[in-house]
Each structure stands twice: as C-alpha cells, then as structure tokens.
Design a protein around this ligand. Structure first.
Ligand SMILES: Cc1cc2nc3c(=O)[nH]c(=O)nc-3n(C[C@H](O)[C@H](O)[C@H](O)COP(=O)(O)OP(=O)(O)OC[C@H]3O[C@@H](n4cnc5c(N)ncnc54)[C@H](O)[C@@H]3O)c2cc1C
Length: 374
C-alpha cells in the first residue's frame, strides 16, 4: 500500500498526491467506508463538497434502525449493523449511539409466520427479545390498525450525523484525511489507475469509492454507476406529543410505508412515502404532503389529530437496484472507469445498514486497490 496521504489531516487543507483509496462523499456511507479502510491500514482521502460532513441525506435523516427488513439482502446488513450500534466498544466516544426505544414493524397478518421466523433469527444472533404481537390493538404505544407487529425492544434510532462524525474521527486517528468543501469534478483513468480531479487539485488513487447519495443520480463524470440511480424525495415532519399521548417505539408499517419515531420526551417525527422522483435535494417542503402524512398516521397515533405541527424537513435519497457484478456483490457498481466504484442507492434506508455495508465495501475495495494494475 502507498503511504502517500496517510497523515492525519484536519478538514480542508492541501490535496495529497496519492492515496490507496479516495472516498467521494462524507455522508454516513462514505464515513463508514473510510473508517473501515483506515482501520485496515489503507491510506484514505475523503472529499466532501459541502463545508461539513453529513450535509446530504444523512443530515436530514430520522436514523431509525432495526434488524428486521422484508428484503433478505437488507436484513443481512441490518442485523450486524444493529449489533454495531449497540456496542460501545466500536465508537470513539466510548458510547453506543443507539437509543433503544424499541422498534415496531407492522405488517399484513399473512406475514405473521415470516415475522416469527425473523424474530427467532434476530434473537439467536443478538440475544435480543424480539417477538410478534398478533390480535392486539396496540404495541409499544403504536396502534396496529388491523396489522400484526414484530416488536424489537433492543432497536430504535441513532443520530446519523453523530455516527458520521464518530467514524470520521476514528478514520482520522487511523491516518485518513478528510477534505470538506472540496468537490470531485471528474475521475479519469490514467495508466490503468484512477486520477481524481477536484476543486483543489488532482490525486491519484488505487481505487475510488463514490458514496455520493442522491447526487449519484447526476454524478461527476467517471462516477456514473452502471445501473440507473434516481433521486427521490423524502419528507418528514416533527409534531409535539402532549400528555396523555403515550411514549412510543419507532414504527414502520410495511403495508403503507408510514413511519414515525420519538424525538426526545415530547416530540414525534412522522413520515409517509413522497413519490416525487428526480427531486432536487433542496426542494421546498410540500405542505399538502405534510397534512396528508398527519392524516394517514392518525390510524396509528390517534393523538395526532390535535398535535401541534412544529416543522417539516425535506431531503432525498438515491434509489436504484442493488449493484451487481462488482466486488461486495450487491453493494458496489462499476462505473466504466477501472477501479472506480459507486455505492448502491439505499432507497431511504442507508442508516440502518451503514456499519455492515461500510465494512463489506471496505474489504472489497481494499483488495481492488492493492491488486496489480490491469
Ligand atoms: C428525511 C430523511 C429521513 C430518513 N430516515 C431514515 C431512517 O429513519 N432510517 C434509515 O436507515 N435511513 C433513513 N433515511 C435514508 C438515509 O438517511 C440515507 O440512505 C443515508 O443517509 C444515505 O447516506 P449516504 O452517505 O449514502 O448519502 P448522503 O448522506 O447524501 O451523503 C453523500 C455525500 O456526498 C457528497 N457529494 C456528492 N457528490 C459529491 C462530489 N462530486 N464531490 C464531493 N462530495 C460529493 C454530498 O455532499 C453528501 O454529503 C432518511 C433520509 C431522509 C432524507
């Protein structure tokens, strides 16, 4: 591995001449990948176009995490990721970032056998107490509206920007350099390896990982993944939760896509799929959708009918099929430029998979970065 660019670097500063791996984007995905790469001894340089990490989808995210997902490929990432979020030993802060308020996944009653099987798998792996609630009106402060529920008492939410900052701190301690306010403009092949053209100069890399989030839909030249990626709007609102409204777990209804999480002791974040495609990342909040979200969620939280609305935040995430054919099968896509990889779109769920996805991507990219020049 090359030693260029391994010096611990403050954010910003001069761009080094070379690195084993360049990571484009300092959202939660790029931070996870950078952390795992640096921990394995690679020289890593991260470029973030914004003035600070976590300025994209990560900074607007509700951060709900749970082990269960109806997609087995996502569940396989989410389960070890929840274990990482629970483990204080994995964090520079010395504190586990997980707020274990519980997670309730509501589904059609026909899914009860699958939920029971999932509960058994989760409990076996995590020594947890996941269980299925059927034939009841309510679980953990959430009305089930005719559904059955998988309750994961050990799941909940994390603060995505704190997680991102912690991983970048660990990466920096392991020698990575994080350059904020530096945009990657293009990536080109030169002598069989990537040359990364940035606002602040050109850097040669053994491999490049683009973790550009919704910007992957319209990427810098050389970073376009083989499969199409689109940006899709995600909008959430914060409402006040006044007594006698009960406290509640995080919640998602697989039948409708409705979701919610508690924010502190007296607020709740609510959301509903916002099917606006190719939405600019900074599009204004949609008040009609905010009203429709409250209305739809009263089936699960009747107290919402009188809850004061506090704020609405809109962002976007990258949506697309799982990548195929590259290293870390399903997580990375080739871009047509040798040794340049794009991380798959997370379809609105990148926080709950980031710890394990980052680990697997780092393993695959490190092998590629250190391979003989083709
Ligand atoms: C409102 C909202 C709520 C959400 N709630 C949840 C939830 O509860 N649970 C969950 O699991 N997921 C949730 N998500 C989804 C989750 O937040 C995302 O999947 C995840 O944050 C994506 O992280 P990322 O690092 O891939 O992308 P981002 O966080 O968008 O990071 C990409 C970074 O790349 C940078 N970048 C892009 N192009 C360039 C370039 N050319 N040069 C340099 N830098 C560049 C961007 O500035 C950005 O900082 C939510 C998302 C939103 C918007």
């Amino acid at each position: 591995m090359s030693q260029a660019g391994t010096a611990a670097s403050p954010r910003g500063g001069d761009v080094p001449a070379g690195a084993d791996v360049v990571v484009v984007g300092a959202g939660i995905t790029g931070a996870a990948v950078a952390h795992h790469l640096a921990r394995r001894g690679a020289s890593v340089v991260v470029f973030e176009q914004s003035g600070q990490p976590g300025a994209g989808a990560t900074g607007r995210s509700g951060g709900m995490v749970r082990a269960y997902d109806p997609d087995p490929a996502i569940a396989e990432l989410a389960l070890p990721s929840l274990a990482a979020y629970r483990d204080p030993g994995r964090w520079a802060s010395g504190r586990a970032p997980l707020h274990a308020v519980g997670a309730v996944t509501v589904a059609d009653p026909a899914r009860e056998p699958a939920l029971r099987e999932a509960a058994g798998r989760i409990n076996g792996a995590l020594r947890a107490s996941a269980h299925v609630v059927a034939g009841r009106a309510e679980a953990a402060g959430v009305r089930l509206a005719g559904g059955v529920a998988l309750v994961e008492p050990e799941a909940g939410w994390v603060a995505p920007t704190e997680v991102t900052a912690d991983w970048l701190e660990q990466a920096g301690a392991d020698g990575a350099a994080v350059h904020c306010g530096v945009r990657v403009r293009a990536v080109e092949a030169r002598d069989g390896r990537p040359a990364v053209v940035t606002d602040a100069g050109v850097i040669r890399a053994g491999a490049v990982v683009a973790a550009a989030g919704p910007w992957a839909a319209d990427p810098a030249p050389g970073l376009r993944p083989a499969s199409p990626v689109r940006s899709r709007s995600i909008q959430v609102s914060i409402v006040e939760r006044r007594p006698p409204a009960p406290s509640h777990a995080t919640f998602v209804d697989l039948r409708t896509g409705l979701y919610a999480k508690p924010v502190g002791s007296d607020r709740t974040l609510i959301g509903m799929p916002h099917l606006v495609w190719d939405s600019p990342f900074d599009a204004r909040p949609d008040p009609a959708h905010a009203r429709a979200t409250v209305s739809a969620l009263t089936a699960h939280f009747p107290w919402l009918t009188t809850a004061p609305h506090l704020s609405t935040v809109r962002g976007a995430d990258a949506y697309g099929p799982p990548g195929g054919g590259g290293p870390a099968s399903g997580l990375l896509e080739g871009t047509g430029v040798p040794h340049v990889w794009s991380v798959r779109g997370w379809n609105g769920g990148g926080v709950k998979t980031a710890p394990e996805a980052g680990r697997r991507i780092a393993d695959a990219v490190l092998a590629d970065a250190c391979s003989d020049v083709a």
